[in-house]
Design a protein around this ligand. Sequence first.
Ligand SMILES: Nc1ncnc2c1ncn2[C@@H]1O[C@H](COP(=O)(O)OP(=O)(O)OP(=O)(O)O)[C@@H](O)[C@H]1O
Ligand SMILES: [Mg+2]
Length: 250
Amino acid sequence: MAEPLLVVDGVTCRFGGLVAVNAASLGAQEGQITALIGPNGAGKTTLFSIISGFVRANQGSVHFAGQNVTGEPPYRLARRGIARTFQIVQPFYGLSVRENILVGAHLHHRKRDAALAVADQIGRDVGLGEMLDRAADQLTVAGRKRLELARSLATEPKLLLLDEVLAGLNPSEIRDIVPVIREFCRRGITILMIEHVMQAVMSLAEQVFVLAEGRIIAKGTPTEIVADPAVVEAYLGRGAAARLGARHGH
Ligand SMILES: Nc1ncnc2c1ncn2[C@@H]1O[C@H](COP(=O)(O)OP(=O)(O)OP(=O)(O)O)[C@@H](O)[C@H]1O
Ligand SMILES: [Mg+2]
C-alpha cells in the first residue's frame, strides 16, 4: 500500500502532569475516510490540534505528503493543504454566511471575485445555498455545522480533519450531511474524522483508529473495531466485553 498522506508517529502531548496523548501513531490513506474514535477525554481533539499546528507535541512526528511538518504553525499547514473544523463551532457571528466562507476561500484566492465564486459554490455544495446572505447567527445548530464544514472546505484542503461535525444533530440531519462528507471524499479530499456517531463511522470510514487515555488501543475496519473486546472495554469499562459476551451466550 502507498505511504499514507498523513503519518502521525509516536506523538506524545503533556499538559502539566496530564499525558493527553501518549505515543500515538496513526495514518490516513489518501482518498479515504479514516475515523478516530474513543471515549470523552481520550485526547482526540488534542491530536487534531497537533496535526493542524495549534498545539505542539512534546515528542513524535507528523508527516504530510511525504514531508516532515512537525511543529509547523497552522497557517503554513493550511497552505500545504491541511484544514480542520472545530468541535466548538465559532463562526464570525457579525458576518454573513457567505462572508464566513469567504475567509477560507481567500487562502488561495486573493481576488475577491474568484474567492466569492469559490465561497458560493462551496456554500451550495454543503446545502447552505439559500442561506448565503443571512447572518451566521441566524443558522440552526445543523446550519452552523454545515458552515464550519464549508469554511474549512473553502481553503481547498487535501486533508480535512473533522472534529465531531455530527455532534448535536438529530438522526435526520445526520442522514442529510453524511452524503455531503462522502461526496467531498469522492472528489479527492482525504478525510480524518473524529466521530461518536458509530452509525456514521460504520457507513463512511474505511479505517478506524481507537484512542483511549491517550493511546491508540485498536485499529481496523469498522466491522473489526466494533467486535474488538478492547474497544468495548474502553467505552463501557473493564470487564464489559466479558459481561456482554456472557449475556449473549458466547
Ligand atoms: N489546553 C489544554 N490544557 C490542559 N489540558 C487540556 C487541554 N486540552 C485538553 N486537555 C485535557 O487533555 C485531555 C484530552 O482532551 P481532548 O479534548 O483532546 O479529548 P477528546 O478525546 O477530544 O474528548 P471529547 O470526546 O470530550 O471531545 C482531557 O483530559 C482534557 O481535559
Ligand atoms: Mg474532542
